[in-house]
Design a protein around this ligand. Sequence first.
Ligand code: NAD
Length: 487
Amino acid sequence: MNLGEPRNLIDGKLVNSSSGAVFENINPATEELIGVCADATRDDLDQAIAGARRAFDTTDWSLDAAFRKKCLLQFYEALKEATDELREVLIAEAGAPRLLTHGVQLVTYIEAMPYWANLAVDFDYETQMTDIEFMGQPQRRLMRREAVGVVGAITPWNFPVYLNLCKLAPALAAGNSVVLKPAPDTPWSATVLGRLIAEKTDIPAGVVNVVASSDHQLGAILSEDPRVDLVTFTGSTATGRRVMQSASSTLKKVFLELGGKSASIVLDDIEVEKIAPMLATVCTHAGQGCALQTRLLLARSQYEKGIEQMKVAFENFPYGDPNDPSKLQGPQVSKLQQERVLAYIEKGKAEGARLITGGGVPSHLPKGYYVEPTIFADVDPDSTIAQEEIFGPVLCIIPYDDDDDAIRIANNSLYGLSGAVSGRDEARALSVARRIRTGTIGVNGGQWFSVDTPFGGYKQSGLGRENGRLGFEEYLETKVMALPAAR
Ligand code: NAD
């Protein structure tokens, strides 16, 4: 099997960089080079934006919903055929555990593609409002929803195929053209999609552009460019702020999916032992998930026992070679990320948190950017490791006095992405969940992830909602057309 795609897609053509430069794609589990990717220049980005603008302004793409549905279904067929290749790409460049590619990393979202294809035609783009009177004259009003225009999409490396698709698919279904700038750590998760679009669909030239580059600044330039109407960004809160700044000069719409520091509250009427393996899933994909529950809040009445049970769960968490289908945790995506996580662990120790297990690089895995599943207890809720997103397999355990105290600690965060509550009394657990300021929350192990679930954050975890009808509407403008009504 040919792995990956070294070319970008710019204005309908699969191309090398205009400078001829390439950048390396490294496997984080082996530290070996798996290949290269065209290193797009600022000129390449300029051409991509020009192509997207032209395609939006001069083709019927935004007006022909039936054609968009046909093209999205072609893309769906192409994705199904390319599933095995995309799976190997994800394992090789993102260090994604093989098991996860059968779910949220890949297959779940390929299966979601018909949802967007159907929504392209099922959505009511024009609705009649109730008539009004203006200066004694009856008025008819039509509310029209139409594509925003050129969408700049900027994505991170942690769930790269999913995150690229969950921007591309609704933006295209709604009739926009797109310039996708993926993260440099996982270029092929985007360039393969570009190749499928170019070779296996009738999507017109310029409607989709994929611009992989080692230059992060391309994201800033894309956010600033006056030809771009909307920026949809997933990544860290720090970069999200910069995207908003860049977009402000042209006052373009921004749609942000940012970081998280979600809390899992275990109420005092449920045994931690019963749910410890579920709570250890914070190590899934090496903790590189925005919605993972990285703070665990335990009632003082079961605090020490709970820590012991979590220690057992962490020490049994399956980690190692992402190719091995029994593993749920692979390496951090890069040396840089491994160093960041290890620096946070040192910070936790320096801040006086109690290290329960892990805390370093596993000695049995000499190659690859691994970090041991790590637990800190007695974490001060205001300390750095309780407040900042570590993006590694690191759990912070914090004790609480009563339900009100747990809610206060959970909400003591600049983030508000996700969370969890577990308790034997479901009504009590639900009432605690209602008071947590986050965009999603699971109760007693409930899972919310689905293409029709609006996902996003309160506070500094983001602006807007991805997926579902609300996610589709992020890519639409609103126009009201008024005309005199018959008396
Ligand atoms: P990052 O913010 O460093 O980079 C994300 C993307 O932004 C990359 O493509 C990068 O090249 C680009 N970029 C860098 N500087 C830029 C700038 N000044 N202007 C515009 N674009 C710029 O994030 P990351 O390290 O790639 O990913 C991890 C982060 O993503 C975590 O914070 C995680 O919580 C977040 N994330 C959020 C969600 C969500 O849905 N809320 C999902 C996945 C990941």
